[in-house]
Ligand binder design. Structure first.
Ligand code: ADP
Ligand code: ZN
Ligand code: ZN
Length: 729
């Protein structure tokens, strides 16, 4: 189509406005649908401001082409965001009521978003020179260079494959290169399959799951439910191998702390093709390279965290979402998407199976499986004959606690150490103690800027607010009654570590929480260093996953109770998931595991149900409660949040927001109400909750409401956001 004078390019820009912008094509250039999905550089804003945007449409300019500014530069010869990915991102923008330009920008790795050319993705490899080939045929002295020489004599090898097979091949390669025997070169084409380690023969339940997954064609959502160690990953690996054999690409999503070197190494050694990792710890350039390698079809398998869900899959064959219930799949600021849900949408548009794996499926997914929308594949027992751990409740009512630990628990740790094994003491609270109180009048140390107690740290020498980071020195005397009886109340990981060190001075011990372990790879290093030596691990949720610990036989959970009485309707589900997850770390085939739950509420229905029937029983109970109370998955929610320095501004906005809402059949508006933490970091916080039995009227209501919210004058004095399917209320 030759462009007429009024042909315009519709361009989505990364700005918080829910519309695209029209521009004139660059002088003398014809435009056609091939421009859609390409990046362009355009003038934007005042002066010589520029933005990089993505072409989302080509057509006659609205109101004629006069006065349109021209596109400055086309940055891609072929669409970056083509076909399915473009459609899925459009869906995302619609579903989360977010500006398309911001969605597209979120999907692109930093450098690409900024308009840089696509990175070089050529693979480098090593091959022998004629002299090298001759040397390989002649006898020689064994050693690493010699072994590499013999390997390369069979065929040139890519550096990615060498990385997968041997840790320190680089020195050997340099040695060969210095002697003129080998050279580094750019490899053309696809990576050639490398020898993959065979997997174990599948157990019947695994074979059945795989067979069910192979059945049929096109989009097949499947829930693979099985306890930790039941062999889910083995099923993923076989399914990915199928997908690769069919010449297709696979995407594997893992939770934030699931992408360990150990896990990557397992995928790499078993699949025989380069496996790319994608996570927030990578440098921008590496992310851009991985993304581009998938776009070009050069990479075949990508394993990554939440944002990996945006990688191009031009030759998709399978999407796996491991630990699909994990909270880290939900983005909690900016575009608040759920990566699992986007994975489902992508798989449906791509027409490929999607495998959701979990020991403790989210109630949303479980509901879909139970109602027949997803295939429900189950793995019964742990592989290799490992028995489930024995779970025991330690009733601490009227028992003396020393620094939060009962004698029962300490004795169990002692027995575990005496056997030369590892114990994990789990407390989901970092710091020394959750609160500092006055024993005489009940005063407690609160943050000045938040509705929250300050956590005691450094053995009582410091107070820190976990919500805004404020720090303070504990007072010497109670500010209210001048009593000197100020005491840290309760125990966090720091105090528990201290108590355990006192009781077991000889034991090897490490603590893993956000203070001791700021970086994710540091957890990995901590645990790897621990290895299979006997000792004690103390820590938070960070310990629930990650590096496999083969000698871990005792898991002691301290402070189950905090999760039992929360206002959040998801608290029961989350607590059960966490308990099952951390309990799943205990025990192996040869070393049976034991789990202790220390609680003041041994009769609590959630604990009883969990002990008697495991997660499926808890899930059934919770689903029944949600159905009665009309909570998800039996209803759909959207949350409008607002915060402002003053209570008045925040409330004023929410009041006007409520007035601007156009009533719609089937949609209830609740609020304004205070947020669960009504003040944080000095800001007043409130919210309005919409709920509806059906999605369609809810989305229609949001569609009508949003432009009105944007137009409110009071909106300029608050920070507000809309969260569709919020996971923390
Ligand atoms: P999950 O992903 O459910 O936690 P994995 O796939 O990691 O389970 O399996 C747990 C352990 O059992 C691993 O060490 C794995 O190698 C082993 N395993 C899995 N399936 C089999 C099988 N069919 N035969 C023998 N060992 C298996
Ligand atoms: Zn006091
Ligand atoms: Zn604070």
């Amino acid at each position: 189509m030759p462009s007429t004078p009024d042909t315009a390019l519709r361009i989505a820009l990364p700005v918080p406005l829910p519309r695209a912008f029209d521009y004139r094509p660059p002088a003398g250039m014809d435009v056609d649908a091939g421009w859609i999905g390409c990046r362009v550089r355009v003038p934007f804003g005042r002066g010589d401001g520029e933005q990089v945007g993505v072409v989302v449409g080509v057509g006659p300019a609205e109101g004629g082409g006069d006065g349109l500014k021209p596109v400055l530069e086309r940055l891609d010869a072929a669409p970056l965001l083509g076909g399915e990915l473009f459609e899925s991102l459009r869906w995302l923008a619609g579903y989360y009521h977010a500006p398309l330009g911001e969605v597209l920008a979120t999907a692109l790795p930093g450098p690409i978003r900024a308009g840089q050319p696509l990175p070089e993705t050529a693979r480098h490899g090593w091959a022998l020179t004629p002299a090298g080939l001759a040397a390989a045929a002649a006898p020689g002295r064994d050693g690493k260079p010699r072994r590499l020489l013999l390997q390369l004599a069979e065929r040139p090898l890519g550096e990615d494959l060498l990385d997968q097979q041997a840790e320190d091949w680089r020195a050997a390669a340099r040695a060969l290169a210095e002697r003129g025997l080998a050279e580094r070169l750019v490899l053309a084409g696809r990576p050639e399959p490398a020898p993959a380690l065979p997997g174990p023969p599948l157990m019947p339940a695994q074979a059945q799951a795989l067979a069910a997954l192979r059945e049929g064609e096109g989009f097949r959502p499947c829930l693979l439910e099985g306890v930790t160690g039941s062999g889910k990953t083995e099923v993923y690996l076989q399914a990915i191998a199928d997908c690769l054999a069919a010449g297709r690409q696979a995407l594997v999503l893992v939770p934030e702390i699931g992408l360990t070197p150990q896990a990557l190494a397992r995928f790499r050694s078993r699949l025989g093709v380069p496996v790319l990792a994608y996570h927030s710890g990578l440098a921008d350039g590496e992310r851009a390279r991985a993304w581009t390698a998938m776009l070009r079809g050069e990479a075949r398998v990508l394993v990554g965290t939440r944002s990996a869900v945006f990688c191009p899959l031009p030759e998709a064959g399978l999407i796996v979402v491991d630990e699909e219930h994990d909270g880290s799949y939900k983005q909690q600021d900016g575009i608040r998407y759920h990566a699992r849900d986007l994975a489902l949408v992508r798989a449906s548009k791509l027409g490929v199976p999607v495998l959701l794996g979990s020991a403790t499926p989210s109630l949303e997914t479980l509901h879909n499986a139970l109602s027949g929308r997803y295939r429900h594949l189950r793995l019964g027992q742990r592989a290799g004959g490992a028995r489930p751990p024995a779970v025991r409740v330690v009733d601490i009512r009227k028992r003396p606690l020393r620094n939060g630990l009962s004698e029962d628990l300490l004795e169990a740790v002692g027995r575990c150490l005496a056997r030369g094994e590892q114990a994990l003491v789990f407390k989901n609270r970092r710091g020394y103690a959750p609160v500092l109180i006055c024993h005489d009048c009940g005063w407690s140390a609160h943050c000045k800027r938040c509705d929250a107690a300050m956590t005691v740290h450094a053995g009582g020498r410091r107070l820190i607010c976990h919500h805004c980071g404020a720090r303070a020195t504990p007072p010497n005397a109670c500010p209210d009654c001048a009593s000197l009886a100020l005491q840290p109340q309760g125990a966090g990981t720091e105090r528990i570590e201290e108590a355990l060190a006192e009781r077991f001075p000889e034991a090897l011990m490490i603590r893993v929480d956000r203070e001791t372990t700021r970086r994710r790879d540091a957890i990995e290093k901590h645990l790897a260093d621990f290895g299979d030596r006997s000792g004690i691990l103390v820590g938070t949720q960070m310990l629930a996953k990650g590096h496999d610990l083969p000698r871990l036989t005792l898991v002691a959970v301290v402070g189950v109770d905090e999760g039992l009485f929360s206002a959040d309707f998801r608290a029961g589900e989350k607590l059960a998931q966490l308990l099952i997850q951390v309990a799943g770390r205990a025990g192996r085939a040869q070393l049976p595991g034991e789990v202790l739950l220390q609680t003041h509420h041994p009769e609590h229905p959630l604990l009883n149900t969990l002990l008697a029937g495991g997660y499926p029983a808890v899930a059934a109970l919770q689903l029944a409660e949600r159905e009665v109370a009309q909570f998800p998955p039996y209803a759909h929610l959207a949350l409008l949040r607002a915060e402002a320095p003053t209570e008045g501004d925040m409330q004023g906005f929410l009041r006007e927001a409520r007035e601007a809402f156009v009533a719609r059949e089937g949609v209830q508006l609740n609020g304004p109400m205070p947020a669960p933490m009504a003040r944080r970091a000095g800001k007043a916080r409130g919210q309005i909750l919409l709920d509806a039995a059906q999605r369609a009227p809810l989305h229609a209501a949001l569609h009508d409401w949003l432009p009105k919210l944007q137009a409110l004058k009071s909106a300029r004095r608050v920070r507000w956001s809309l969260d569709v399917d919020p996971t923390d209320l």
